[in-house]
Design a protein around this ligand. Sequence first.
Ligand SMILES: Nc1ncnc2c1ncn2[C@@H]1O[C@H](COP(=O)(O)OP(=O)(O)O)[C@@H](O)[C@H]1O
Ligand SMILES: [Mg+2]
Length: 254
Amino acid sequence: MQDRDSGSCWFTIIKMEKEYIIELKNVVKRFPVGDGLFTALNQIDLRFEKGEFSGLVGPSGSGKTTLLNIIGSLDSPTEGNALVLGKDISKLTHKESALLRNHHIGFIFQVVNLLPVYTIFENVEFALLLQKYTASERKKAVMEALEWVGLEKIADKKPDKLSGGEGQRVAIARAMVKRPEILLADEPTANLDAANAHAILQTMVKLNQELNTTFIFSTHDEKVMKYLNRIIHLRDGKVESDDLIKSKENVPGT
Ligand SMILES: Nc1ncnc2c1ncn2[C@@H]1O[C@H](COP(=O)(O)OP(=O)(O)O)[C@@H](O)[C@H]1O
Ligand SMILES: [Mg+2]
């Protein structure tokens, strides 16, 4: 370890202190297919800083979901390292990776999957039941999350009456209620019309800015791309390009 008071290693220290919330180093993912192996991700090197609003963009089959699953510690790389909040996810026990997901990572999927017999409030509250909150703390957190997405007035309704856009807003509240550091959204606008897609994205931009949550989308939706601050193009399991969109405010039309 270098001496921190030594001027000679100042630049080294600055470099070291840059905080990456996610680091993917040479990540390879192979799946068994027939008698052989299919390479779904091929030597992915990517780093994400806290508070990024970024997207994995690429055609179907390019590896977007596989990569999100690895970042979310739902799956492990075949080779290489995936560090999430400083933890190498391949080295975590089953329990440790569940803890990482339950406390620090929120997921939003293309299909919302709300539990139909429970109210909207209860669907969001489920995300907190694995944590040590009292009922009144849960109520406060759930109502706040429903306010973020504008659904606090229908908290007691069952999800069967919701439109697709409202369902996806409940999914955002469910993913954000535990205030995760990382929010992974796999094609979240795929089943939404344009107006709902923009409303959802504006909500996510607001949460990104207010809570400094790191967002990573997978998408091939042009509407989503307009909001992103960083676009990572994947093709055949490889990073084809990685561009920061610095000059743009990520709220089009405002
Ligand atoms: N469990 C699996 N077993 C075999 N092949 C898989 C598995 N998961 C994904 N793949 C393959 O890996 C490639 C990338 O898939 P995926 O990450 O789902 O792509 P995308 O999300 O970009 O559409 C695809 O060719 C897919 O068929
Ligand atoms: Mg996918």
